[in-house]
Design a protein around this ligand. Structure first.
Ligand code: C5P
Length: 308
């Protein structure tokens, strides 16, 4: 991938346990996150001036309803945080840039699209501005943008704990295929957390690797997405999506990702997932099928200092 382009892959929670609650209201999680081939694309264009201003233009399937240059957009906020981190002296000399976002992932849909965009923006801006910051600082900046942003920096399968920012490598994954289905309704993450049934689930026990999909499906079937029932109560069409996925030929496991509404299904191969698409597709549902993203996007050796 050219240094001026980054893919922001969909993050899928294969299971999600709510293990506790912090005093500030954030929930403690234990979740296994993987990344699907489905992605937004960010392209960076050099602006005319200096000052480190980040402009944002949005195009693509899910652009309608999103605003260019919106200060609340996580891409714009990522730029502002990075500028603040380097300090006004240095930020003043940074070239202005425009980021063009091709939005191909559904918005507010439990697959971390906004978080993946923010992480991709951080990767792009570090390259474009020739900055190198410590891994610890980068993780702290990412966490300030959102609990899902740290895992999206590397886009590698990872176990997420804490509020999502404590990352350890996932078990080695077997070959498989994945289908994603979103019914077109966005679900509010805070509302889902608030309306879930009280109580906490213990951490899952995970092996070091899964050689066969059958082993992974057996272990994942014993886990849950603790937000699924609450999201289905808020958006009943999620249940229809899950039923359609479970009925699809070759589906090995179907579950909701994150706080919904997107659901995923695991298949023996990307081809098996693609073959089931016509059976699953209904009305205006967004459907994607393919492989997991297995390459990641890990930044090359961030150092502990900013260049002079
Ligand atoms: O961190 P992020 O902005 O993605 O979180 C959105 C909302 O989701 C939070 O304001 C909080 O209500 C809820 N949340 C939570 N516990 C987490 C992650 C998110 O309660 N670990």
């Amino acid at each position: 991938m050219s240094p001026l382009r980054e893919l922001a892959h969909a993050k899928i929670n294969l299971y999600l346990h709510v293990t506790g609650r912090r005093d500030d209201g954030y929930h403690l999680l234990d979740s296994l996150a993987v990344f699907a081939g489905a992605a937004d694309e960010l392209r960076l264009e050099q602006g005319a001036g200096r000052g480190g201003h980040v402009g944002l233009r949005i195009e693509g399937t899910f652009a309608p309803g999103l605003q260019d240059d919106c200060a609340d957009n996580l891409i714009v906020r990522a730029g502002a945080l990075l500028r603040a981190h380097v300090g006004p002296e240095r930020a003043h000399r940074l070239p202005d840039v425009d980021i063009v976002l091709r939005k191909e992932l559904p918005v507010a849909s439990g697959i971390g699209g906004g978080s993946a965009d923010a992480a991709a923006a951080l990767r792009l801006l570090l390259k474009a501005w020739g900055l190198s910051i410590s891994r610890a600082d980068l993780m702290a900046l990412a966490t300030r943008l959102g609990a899902d942003v740290p895992v999206c920096l590397d886009q590698m399968p990872a176990r997420m704990e804490g509020i999502g920012e404590e990352l350890t490598p996932a078990p080695a994954l077997p070959p498989c295929g994945m289908m994603l289905v979103n019914c077109g309704q966005s679900v509010s993450t805070p509302q889902v957390f608030k309306s879930r049934a009280p109580g906490f689930t213990p951490r899952a026990g995970l092996p070091a690797r899964w050689d066969m999909l059958a082993d992974m499906v057996r272990d994942l079937s014993a886990q849950t997405n603790d937000l699924q029932d609450a999201a289905c109560a808020i958006c009943p069409e999620i249940t229809t999506v899950l039923d359609a996925l479970r009925a699809a030929p070759g589906c090995r496991l179907a579950r909701m990702s994150g706080s919904g509404a997107t659901c995923f299904a695991l298949f023996d191969s990307p081809e098996a997932a693609q073959a089931a698409v016509p059976v699953v597709r209904q009305g205006k549902w967004w459907v994607w099928a393919g492989d997991l993203c297995r390459t990641g996007a890990r930044l090359e050796s961030p150092t502990d200092s900013l260049p002079a």
